[in-house]
Ligand binder design. Structure first.
Ligand code: ASP
Length: 326
């Protein structure tokens, strides 16, 4: 009797493995969802849609970008952590995946254990902007003006967990000031408010800000990278203007819910790598100042190491800045 049960269990196990393999072998057989944790039209969304268009061609199924908003990207992250690991839900997020554990005392997910790792993608510089009629005309004037008028100044961002909030918080700490934070569902609406003069300052990624800077629609004070950037070599870094060591470079990772079958993860990793070599993607990323991550860093293991390293890096910095939510 027992041997029959063992045979039945073994047969079930083989059948299940075969069905998972079969499922993966034909994957994808329907559209794939790529969740973006910020509003459409913003930096994260632009990276997702650029990659998604290329992966749609490679995979033969539409990669549908779905914007899940709120709480600096943590609502979307929690939703993906609970999503069905059937190989049809993926997630793109940036440095915020690493800062959330230090910013939130209670998080409904663990970035390191609740997800499968697919690949890194691009790294994007940030730029410090102000509304067009903001009085300071260069960074030294900006620093002096903000120190003298902090109580009257507000800074737009995409919520606690967004890199625009992280950049703003580091700026406050560097200048020794506290300004009013004005959160939006992403930096696309934040940029609209800046262009409309409703907010004073915004720190955002070149994937969105380059056209506004080059079009003279905003005041621009510098880039947050350690060195000047190829797409705008005339732009000074904040570090060279006195903010020694001020560095925020926005890296992006693609994830899936824990339990997504490995053969599907491998196929998705291959599709991301192909997209990052797609001439249209290469040109678009270069135009936006986004640096494509080297091939050696496009493995799931490299993303896992990057995330762990970044969590360890940002934790003490954020705790020292004293900015976290319950
Ligand atoms: N990258 C976010 C966005 O796409 C903004 C942010 O993190 O600050 O809106």
């Amino acid at each position: 009797m027992i041997s029959r049960r063992i045979w039945a269990a073994a047969a079930f196990g083989v059948a299940f493995a075969a069905s998972a393999w079969g499922q993966a072998a034909n994957w994808p057989t329907r559209p794939i969802t790529l969740v973006v944790p910020f509003a459409a039209g913003g930096p994260t969304d632009v990276v997702a849609r650029t990659l998604g268009a290329s992966m749609t061609r490679t995979l033969g199924q539409t990669v549908v970008v779905e914007n899940r908003l709120g709480a600096g990207g943590t609502i979307a992250t929690a939703a993906v952590a609970r999503a069905n690991p059937d190989g049809y839900t993926f997630f793109i997020h940036h440095t915020g995946m690493a800062t959330a554990p230090a910013l939130y005392r209670k998080l409904p997910f663990n970035p390191l254990t609740d997800f499968e790792f697919v690949s890194q993608a691009v790294e994007v510089p940030m730029t410090l902007l102000a509304r067009k009629d903001f009085p300071p005309n260069n960074f030294p004037e900006f620093a002096a003006y903000v120190k003298a008028n902090a109580a009257k100044i507000n800074l737009a961002n995409a919520g606690l967990g967004a890199v625009s909030q992280l950049c703003g918080m580091l700026l406050e700490k560097s200048l020794g000031v506290k300004v009013t934070s004005v959160p939006f569902q992403g930096t696309a609406p934040a940029m609209q408010a800046l262009l409309g003069g409703q907010v004073d300052i915004l720190c955002d990624q070149t994937t969105q800000t380059l056209p506004q800077i080059k079009g003279g629609k905003v005041k621009f004070y510098g880039v947050t990278t350690p060195a000047r950037i190829k797409v705008m070599p005339e732009a000074p870094t904040l570090a060279e203007q006195g903010l020694k060591g001020f560095e925020v470079v926005v890296w992006h990772g693609i994830y899936a819910p824990k339990g997504t079958p490995k053969p599907i993860l491998e196929k998705m990793n291959a599709a991301v790598r192909t997209a990052l070599k797609d001439p249209m993607v290469v040109q678009r990323m270069a135009e936006m100042g986004a640096e494509i991550v080297p091939d050696s860093q496009l493995t799931p293991e490299a993303l896992q190491v990057k995330l762990k390293t970044e969590i360890d890096k940002w934790g003490p910095i954020i705790k020292a800045a004293g900015a976290f939510a319950d």
